[in-house]
Design a protein around this ligand. Sequence first.
Ligand SMILES: [Zn+2]
Length: 366
Amino acid sequence: MLQQEQLKSKLLDYMSTIRLSGYESRMAYKFKGDLSAYADQVKIDKMGNVIGTIEGTDSEAPSVMVFAHMDVIGFVISCIEPDGFLRFDRVGGISEKIVQGKAVVVGSEMGEYYPGIIAAKSYHGQTPEDKSKVDSFNSLFVDIGARSVKEVNDLGIFVGCPITFAPYYAELLNDRIAGAYLDDATGLTNLLQIAAVLSDDRPRCTVHLVGTVMEEFNARGAMMAARTVKTDMAICLLSPGAGDTPDQKSVNNIVLGGGPGVTMFNFHGKGTLNGNIVHQGMYQLLKKTAEEQGIPLQRCAARGALSDTAYLQLENEGIPCLDMGTPDRYSHSPMEICDLKDLEMVGLLVAAFLNSVDRNFNLNRY
Ligand SMILES: [Zn+2]
């Protein structure tokens, strides 16, 4: 079993790994190596999903896929100015309000990364109106210190190359970690934690632990993994947003340090018209397991978000799905915060859930 100190060092390791949607290979090979210490077999599918399987002891028990996404939000180069500045557009949900003055890394076609910054207009050059205005992405640019297009191209950097926030983390008070890419480094850390538990205490059900690709791009990497492993049900490990900061009070009841968060309902309406309403059988088993383990469970229901479960649930004859994870603050910013105590409880709870699944589990909605 991985102790909290080991979980922390693995979380910081994953937070430090560069991995824009579509460019997850560094993370994928690292995660494959980590899972190999515990899983019966680990493979990388055509899409880039890392699939580690732990065989169950009862072939009649339904199989379960537990997954977390390996990719992160970021940007793509859309134009290179003659004087070497890089114009960009966003990949995933990022607000213009939080990007200026931030450190980034810019990827080359050879997979090397170079430091840069998203330029902020000099304070002394701003008009009074500039100071309260939010600049749109198409007016922003990245400065890597280059002076010409040639200098940029000579590094192997062209239109279409990836940019992400520079990895960063800090250890705060009360076992809290701040930094970029907690989304979904927390879920990946839990997958490893679960693998360690199950390799010592083998479940009846076969378990597929999957690091998925392109969640921030199209939320469908897990769908492809499910086609490979043909799972009977799935758990998505993804952080519900915390509601315990001055700006989020009354949005939800989730607090940092209050235990794992389970998403009862999510829905994204802007053209997507999809989400997940939790499978009651899975939720009831999770609730019962949490009570038995003495682990508190926090409930979340929110519009404006979805995960891969929205699409995964439509595979085969329908796949029961449940979203849960380590609560986090300030999602999709380069400075998120989570609590290590929550992180540890999520992995322990999911491992106990998996050890409770047997051949009598009812996959039907009712
Ligand atoms: Zn995200």
